[in-house]
Write a protein that binds this ligand. Structure first.
Ligand SMILES: NC(=O)c1ccc[n+]([C@@H]2O[C@H](COP(=O)([O-])OP(=O)(O)OC[C@H]3O[C@@H](n4cnc5c(N)ncnc54)[C@H](O)[C@@H]3O)[C@@H](O)[C@H]2O)c1
Length: 320
């Protein structure tokens, strides 16, 4: 099987590529434009790890460049496209909304057109738990109304709607994944956990605790997300378009997570507490029954274990 993974130097794209290369006999074409939204070095280091596998090829291209995309895919028989390339970051969406329209909406459209042209039958794409907005009905279910409260979340809702339309027009099956705060090894430096770890080991890095720590997140360990995506890749089920929550169904308050991390690191960085930030949602807690009934039994890693792996990786990678 040959798989195209976009955003392969990103957090989820890298971990998924590595997981598939380690566990199955697939060929992966990885694409990433290595943008500088966060550390390019981290992205390059991830790509370097993948390039050691003989079944992996990497292309530094932008999914907005349809010509280059077509050139790469022209003579290759791709079975599945996994679109993990996107502009992420809820807060950044207030600063640079155009990046979200370009990379997330136009970029996804390009991939769909290229998939159609080369007769690719399955597209798995990243949506986000943020499409739910400030819903108060927990656990969040795929069937409930969604109400994005920032352009990042809106770009994901548009992706879902595009998939809905094109799944009925083209001979392509779509799977949309609403990821809930994925964390773990090689994690994103712009997200809570990596920011907190940076402050733990570097007293010059201020840690701002938003909403005075009253946020609750349904943290989902990266390896669990990779296992789920892998099962979806190999699934032979027939469908047009399905959307799934990818979550552990185990919401955690941020103060509790901080205490657990302090215990693991034996550090206690100063917290700069501040009010709820614009565009942030207060709580996420997803229902994961739909994905479990689709792929079968799925164990979710306990938060204490996931945190231990994350902290160990952080100390090793950043040499603390
Ligand atoms: N990590 C999470 O907790 C989480 C939660 C919800 C949704 N998501 C979604 O999952 C997907 C992957 O997220 P991630 O955490 O790995 O983010 P990431 O930023 O680490 O990875 C995205 C990668 O895509 C690349 N990229 C961006 N625009 C591109 C373009 N136009 N062409 C080629 N490459 C491009 C970036 O360089 C980056 O390496 C994103 O769509 C994100 O919105 C992630």
């Amino acid at each position: 099987m040959q798989i195209l993974i976009t955003g392969a130097a990103g957090f989820i794209g890298f971990n998924l590529s590595k997981y598939l290369l380690d566990k199955s006999n697939v060929r992966i074409i990885g694409i990433d434009n290595l943008n500088n939204y966060y550390s390019k070095k981290l992205k390059k280091d991830r790509a370097k790890v993948l390039m050691k596998y003989k079944n992996f090829s990497f292309f530094n291209i932008n999914i907005l460049n349809k010509k280059k995309l077509e050139k790469i895919l022209k003579n290759k028989k791709i079975n599945v496209v996994i679109n993990l390339a996107a502009q992420a970051g809820v807060r950044y969406s207030l600063i640079k909304p155009s990046e979200f329209v370009d990379n997330n909406v136009q970029g996804f459209y390009n991939l769909i057109e290229v998939a159609k042209k080369y007769n690719i039958k399955k597209i798995i794409y990243a949506s986000s738990s943020s499409v739910y907005g400030d819903s108060r009905t927990f656990p969040l279910k795929e069937t409930q109304n969604i109400k994005p409260k920032n352009i990042y979340a809106l770009s994901k809702k548009i992706n879902e709607e595009m998939a809905d339309v094109f799944s009925s027009q083209y001979n392509i099956s779509f799977i949309g994944l609403r990821f809930f705060t994925v964390y773990g090894e090689w994690g994103r430096p712009d997200m809570f956990m990596m920011k907190y770890l940076s402050s733990s080991f570097n007293s010059n890095t201020k840690f701002y605790l938003n909403n005075f720590g009253k946020h609750t997140r349904d943290f989902t360990y990266i390896l669990d997300a990779c296992k789920i995506i892998s099962k979806l890749i190999f699934s032979k089920k027939n469908f047009k378009h399905e959307i799934f929550n990818v979550c552990s169904n185990n919401p955690q308050n941020l103060i509790k997570i901080i205490k657990k991390i302090n215990f693991l690191t034996q550090k206690k960085p100063k917290l700069f507490k501040r009010k709820l930030q614009q565009a942030d949602v207060v709580k996420t807690h997803g229902n994961n029954k739909k994905i479990i009934s689709f792929i079968g039994k799925q164990n979710f890693t306990a938060i204490d274990i996931g945190l231990k792996f994350t902290v160990n990786w952080f100390q090793k990678y950043y040499k603390y």
